[in-house]
Design a protein around this ligand. Structure first.
Ligand SMILES: *[C@@H]1O[C@H](CO)[C@@H](O)[C@H](O)[C@H]1NC(C)=O
Ligand SMILES: *[C@@H]1O[C@H](CO)[C@@H](O)[C@H](O)[C@H]1NC(C)=O
Length: 337
């Protein structure tokens, strides 16, 4: 995964976006300050994290704590409902980032949330109570190897893989990675019994997800414009299988549980995301990657917008012929496919 040579344009400063539209797109009411990450349960309930405050990035609600929204995608016109969080959890400093769900054998739904209270990195574990749309906080996970967590994929009721991107631990380090091409970002496996680094050498490991057969882990390297395919082994270690190079900053990955297709929320021009200018808005782009393990993966631009509708798409997730697109700090868009 290492690469030497001249520094590349990791932020894709200049790429302009030819629009690709979808039918029946509508913005989701109530989501105004980001929909950073989305995870959809097999029954169509979608969890959305909102209100991320990221150093150096725009926020439309800088004084409002983060929130987790729920949408029932089985409804004709789904609304976003804010989930109530149990007492005892520090809501004022809630700064949610990547999320992941896990359904236990007894059908309990666990929600893992990467949190950045006071610029630190923690993983919060919640139990979802569907009867009253609430989250019960079970525990806060912190570890020396979870230095600057970006995203997470749950492996069990208390275990996960997480990507570290250095953003919160060391902003300067992050910029060195960007401009000098240092590759110090990694993937960590966490369980209460064992915590270890399982892959390293990324510029900025961002979104992480797992194939439906649970054999492969996919990691998006946002600054290297790549998706890495890693094979998962019995001892949780990961080995590199292949790398798919893309001409865009790949943020989050979601997986179609039926086809195994990868859906990626991307930033076609990262500079506009980091230097927010209302006159020159950050664009949105959604890619579908089919047959990533084959010789000829098929990459399709399914949606693209110059920012006039949707700014800074970070994730795209599908359910029953519908596409839900989230953003780093803007709104959320729901379209027919
Ligand atoms: C989604 O993208 C954001 C934006 O950088 C990232 O921080 C987050 O962890 C990602 N989550 C998933 C599930 O990929
Ligand atoms: C963005 O796209 C919309 C429609 O696709 C177009 O009307 C508008 O002029 C574009 N804006 C810029 C700044 O290119």
């Amino acid at each position: 995964m290492e690469e030497s040579g001249a520094p590349r344009n990791r932020l894709n400063a200049s790429r302009e976006v030819a629009p690709v539209s979808l039918p029946n797109c509508r913005l989701i009411k109530g989501i105004e300050a980001g929909s950073e990450d989305i995870d959809i349960l097999p029954n169509g309930l979608a969890f959305i994290s909102s209100g991320l405050k990221y150093p150096g990035l725009k926020s439309f609600a800088p004084d409002k704590p983060g929130e987790i929204f729920l949408m029932d995608l089985n409804e004709d016109n789904p609304r976003a409902v804010e989930l109530r969080i149990s007492r005892g959890f520090d809501l004022a400093s809630f700064n949610p980032h990547g999320i992941s769900t896990y359904i236990d054998r007894d059908d309990t739904v666990y929600l893992f949330v990467v949190n950045h209270p006071h610029q630190k990195s923690t993983v919060e574990l919640f139990k979802f109570i569907e009867d009253d749309n609430s989250l019960v906080h079970l525990k806060t996970i912190q570890h020396d190897l979870l230095t600057s967590v970006n995203d997470i994929v749950a492996m069990g009721p208390d275990s996960f893989y997480a990507t570290n991107d250095h953003y919160f631990s060391d902003f300067i380090l992050m910029f060195l990675e960007m401009f000098l091409g240092l590759t110090w970002s990694n993937v960590v496996y966490y369980s209460p019994k064992e915590v270890k680094e399982v892959a390293s050498g990324f510029y900025s490991a961002n979104g992480i997800n797992i194939s439906p057969d649970r054999k492969y882990i996919y990691v998006a390297d946002v600054l290297d414009h790549n998706v890495y395919v890693m094979e998962k082994h019995a001892n949780w270690s990961l080995t590199h299988v292949k790398t798919l190079q893309l001409d865009t900053l790949v943020d989050n990955l979601s997986i179609d549980p039926h086809t195994g297709d990868i859906w990626a929320g991307c930033h076609p021009n990262g500079m506009k995301l980091f230097y927010y200018d209302p006159e020159n808005l950050p664009a949105s782009e959604v890619l579908r990657i089919q047959n990533i393990l084959s010789e000829q993966p098929v990459v399709t631009r399914v949606y693209a917008d110059n920012g006039s509708v949707l700014q800074g798409s970070s994730v795209a997730s599908i359910y029953e012929g519908k596409l839900l697109i989230g953003t780093v700090f803007h709104r959320a868009l729901y379209c027919d496919l």
